[in-house]
Design a binder for this molecule. Structure first.
Ligand SMILES: O=C[C@H](O)COP(=O)(O)O
Length: 251
């Protein structure tokens, strides 16, 4: 059964005092509201334990923004799936476009990370999406198809059901430019069809596909109302509780 999810990716923002402040605001919000969607956050890794301690009883999912493609060993600066699992983190973003752009991540890396995450019982949020040039040259459907196949299609049906996908057109991330609800719906339906063709409708209907890219309080409701859009991966607007709350209330 597809879940509705609003996930906030804090990226590399907020010092510890600011992070604690925002975490408390979210906790307070959650105590006083019953959202019609799951609420997840992906704070900087330094603050994951703090978030887990705070949210233990409050059904707020805590995710890392990335994890290593290696199990353990001499990989300075990396965080393993085992480490994340050992502190009770729920899962990890994998393949965010900023990881692809600044750290050379590919869908093959994503595939390895997704398998390691699943082996540890973590939920991978696999991110994909086309660049502006790829969209302009009409390659977006093919690009997303290739990304999805390489990153996900070595998984078994039982494994892929546990993955959450976030379609994030690179040209819409942090730019203020959003894909129209119709443009987003087209790709979401495309991804779901690809999965249905490979694994069957029942599996495709289990998978939540989120949209990310300049989701704001004033466009969230319309985006979330599309039939194949199951929520959002929110960047900038997750950094202010008032905005994040309005987006959550888009459901
Ligand atoms: O992970 C979140 C996405 O990159 C979207 O970021 P944005 O809402 O700031 O455009």
């Amino acid at each position: 059964m597809r879940k509705n999810i609003v996930a906030g990716n804090w990226k590399m923002n907020k010092n510890v005092t600011e992070a604690q402040d925002l975490m408390f605001q979210l906790l307070e919000y959650k105590r006083n509201h019953t959202p019609n969607c799951k609420v997840w956050i992906a704070p900087p890794s330094l603050y994951l334990m703090m978030a887990k301690d705070l949210y233990e009883q409050n059904e707020i999912g805590v995710f890392s923004q990335d994890m290593s493609e290696h199990e353990s060993g001499a990989y300075t600066g990396e965080t393993s799936a085992d480490m994340l699992e050992s502190i009770g983190v729920n899962g990890s973003l994998i393949g965010h476009s900023e990881r692809r752009l600044y750290h050379g991540e590919t869908d093959s890396h994503c595939n390895r990370k997704i398998k390691l995450a699943l082996d540890k019982g973590l939920t991978p949020i696999y991110c994909n999406g086309e660049t502006l040039d790829q969209r302009k040259s009409g390659q977006h459907l093919e690009v997303v198809k290739n990304q999805t196949e390489v990153a996900l299609f070595t998984l078994s049906a039982d494994e892929i059901k546990k993955v959450v996908i976030a379609y994030e057109p690179v040209w819409a991330i942090g730019t203020g430019e959003t894909a129209s609800p119709e443009q987003a719906q087209e790709i979401h339906a495309h991804i779901r069809n690809l999965i249905a063709n490979k694994y069957g409708n029942e599996v495709a209907d289990e998978i939540s596909i989120l949209y990310g890219g300049s989701v704001k309080p004033d466009n969230a409701k319309e985006i979330f109302s599309q039939p194949d859009i199951d929520g959002g991966l929110i960047g900038g607007a997750a950094l202010k509780m008032a905005d994040f709350a309005q987006i959550i209330e888009g459901f």
